[in-house]
Design a protein around this ligand. Structure first.
Ligand code: 6GU
Length: 228
């Protein structure tokens, strides 16, 4: 599943240059029985299966041992992707990007033995209020959002400054050539060459778009009294 999204574009480039490394493990490789069993029926009954603690603990311990062998001994966040987790946001991506290493565990919706949450995991993350069949796509979302914040990942650091969710506002609208497309003209101010007016317009548009589409963001956004 991971080969596709991480085998193209900026991530591929960053991986090739050694800026980011993805080290994917299959939980089944850490089982000890003939059938490589990773789940079992829930105690107390009920539908679905529960992921066993042993293969998950051993997979994480193996990763930590490999890092220790490379003299990497800092505390490494161990994150369980689960619909029960804290809702992922840009602020969390920024915080996670300050770690040199992260361990992500892809849970399954039916559940993971609670001892994983209690004794192995340092944080549980969900990517939104909807249900996926497993944590893999969520892990890819987290890896993508965090990786692009690694210095050098993006071509220009500028694209990080004005993008949506940085500063709590949505990004202002962008236009490119042609100046008139199907009779829809680019706003005059953007063609004026007046950078002060352009910046003022962009700021107003960012506030306006946020008000119209995501008023919830304005509560914590970086807006002054006049903009409020
Ligand atoms: Cl992290 N896992 C699953 N299975 N579903 C989700 C999710 C995670 N985040 C949102 N929905």
């Amino acid at each position: 599943m991971f080969a596709g999204p991480f085998g193209v574009g900026l991530f591929k480039k960053a991986a090739e240059s050694g800026l980011v490394t993805l080290n994917i493990r299959n939980i089944r490789d850490y089982t000890h029985d003939k059938h490589h069993t990773v789940d079992d029926a829930p105690y107390g009954g009920g539908a679905g299966m529960v992921m066993k603690p042993q293969p998950i603990f051993e997979a994480v311990e193996a990763l930590k041992a490999e890092l220790a062998a490379q003299n990497i001994n800092e505390a490494i966040p161990v994150i369980l992707l689960s619909p029960r987790g804290r809702k992922f946001c840009q602020q969390m991506a920024v915080e996670l990007s300050n770690n040199a290493h992260l361990i992500l565990i892809c849970g399954e919706y039916e559940g993971v033995d609670e001892r994983v949450s209690e004794h192995l995991v340092t944080d549980e993350i969900s990517i939104g209020d909807y249900v996926l069949t497993g944590g893999e796509l969520a892990a890819m979302v987290v890896v993508n959002a965090v990786s692009r914040l690694v210095p050098g990942f993006l071509g220009s650091a500028e694209s990080l400054i004005s993008e949506s969710h940085t500063g709590g506002l949505l990004e202002y609208p962008q236009y490119t050539r042609p100046p008139v497309f199907r009779e829809w003209a680019v706003p005059d101010v953007l063609l004026s060459g007046n950078h002060e007016q352009v910046n003022k317009w962009r700021r107003q548009q960012a506030v306006l778009h946020t008000l119209q589409r995501r008023p919830d963001l304005l509560v914590n956004a970086d807006v002054d009294i006049k903009e409020k």
